[in-house]
Design a protein around this ligand. Structure first.
Ligand SMILES: Cc1cc2nc3c(=O)[nH]c(=O)nc-3n(C[C@H](O)[C@H](O)[C@H](O)COP(=O)(O)OP(=O)(O)OC[C@H]3O[C@@H](n4cnc5c(N)ncnc54)[C@H](O)[C@@H]3O)c2cc1C
Length: 346
């Protein structure tokens, strides 16, 4: 149905989690993890919230999953279901983003990227009723670990595509800034752009690799290679920061000190802004302003929510991938190989 009707589904995994050192049932407030509060003949009643929900307000359905592996004593928290995004019993508190006020500015240049944006929201389940036909897991805690591992795996794979797309835009913007600055021919600028492309394609290669190394499961769909998906996401927690650092280097300080679009268009001071923010003579100052604002937007502005912090924490903070890499990395096999080559016999 989702594919045929081309619907958008919010993958709702992250619980508020309260005190991170305590399990769900030991929290001072039991609602800090999503749980079932009533089982009825026709369905279940759910209370709690999901935090950080990307695109929640423009999704048609929500797919709720446990935030982590649950044990027997927390089986009320082993819960997975779908619900229409506008079902009675769900409401949203829209997230504030850094530089939100920029959206209130007049004109379009200072917004940096007026075409695309994103949002996150807190999704609250206020005694939400879910009919049994929409419930996939309710108490089967033994499967919660595998579900979290697999969903996170797909999500970690996907970052090898989406963050790389943003990276392409940022590399292009940095190259334009160098062109407009008259610095494009400098060997260190060329080398920095090469480094940015190398880092970005490394992320892409990982995304492709964990897909190509995937296998078909008994249900018929394909599962990505979990080790490589976690390596992909671990790289995503690092390389975009280096790409952003290089973009800021190439852009120059004007990306954060430049006058506003209102000043650029001002009847009196506009020509002064035009004159002193000019780069190479053949390119209008406005082009330079536009591209610098785009770099600011991706590295420091609203798009940095996705390019930086989501790269760090989305689909799990870096430590979550390291745990998976340690589980999937098969260190014993590697030791066996080394012993064989070194001629060590036990
Ligand atoms: C922009 C953005 C978009 C997102 N979109 C979605 C979405 O659409 N759907 C969704 O479900 N989630 C989404 N997430 C949530 C994301 O999965 C979480 O941010 C991530 O799992 C980390 O959880 P947290 O933010 O609560 O961090 P925290 O749990 O507060 O972690 C902060 C730090 O504490 C450490 N830590 C936490 N608990 C422990 C512990 N028990 N022991 C040791 N160290 C610990 C972590 O490793 C990390 O270093 C999004 C996040 C961001 C930033």
């Amino acid at each position: 149905m989702i594919q045929e009707e081309d619907l958008t589904v919010d993958g709702a995994m992250t619980d508020p989690k309260g005190d991170r050192s305590l399990t769900p049932g030991k929290q001072a407030d039991p609602d800090l993890f999503t749980h079932v509060v009533e089982k009825r003949k026709d369905g279940i009643v759910v209370r709690s919230a999901k935090a950080h929900q990307t695109g929640a307000l423009n999704s048609h359905w929500i797919l709720v999953m446990p935030t982590m592996t649950m044990t027997k004593e927390d089986s009320d928290y082993a819960l997975s279901f779908v619900a229409p995004a506008d079902a009675e019993g769900i409401f949203y508190i829209y997230g504030r983003q850094s530089c939100d006020t920029r959206k209130l500015e007049r004109g379009e240049i200072d917004v940096g990227n007026k075409e695309f944006g994103g949002h996150e929201a807190l999704m609250v389940f206020d005694n939400l009723f879910v009919p049994w036909e929409n419930v996939f897991m309710c108490g089967e805690y033994e499967y919660s670990g595998a579900l979290v591992e697999r969903f996170a795996g797909y999500h970690r794979q996907s970052y090898g595509g989406c963050k790389v797309g943003v990276g392409d835009v940022l590399i292009g913007a940095a190259a334009l800034a160098a062109d407009y600055n008259g610095a494009a021919k400098a060997s260190h600028i060329k080398d920095k752009l090469i480094e940015m492309m190398h880092l970005n394609e490394t992320l892409y290669a990982c995304g492709i690799a964990c897909s190509a190394e995937g296998h078909q499961t008994a249900s018929g769909n394909y599962l990505i290679d979990l080790l490589l998906a976690n390596v992909c996401k671990q790289n995503v927690t690092r390389l975009p920061y280096e790409i952003a650092r290089l973009a800021e280097d190439i852009a120059g300080g004007l990306m954060v000190t430049m006058a506003s679009e209102q000043d650029l268009r001002h009847p009196e001071i506009g020509k002064i802004v035009e004159k002193y923010f000019k780069g190479i003579a053949s390119v209008p100052t406005e082009h330079r302003c536009r591209v610098l604002r785009l770099i600011e937007n991706v590295t420091l502005g609203t798009a940095a929510v996705g390019y930086r912090t989501e790269s760090m924490h989305g689909a799990g903070s870096p430590q979550a991938q390291r745990i998976m890499i340690s589980r999937q990395g098969n260190l014993e096999h590697k030791k066996k190989l080394a012993k064989e080559i070194a001629g060590i016999k036990d």
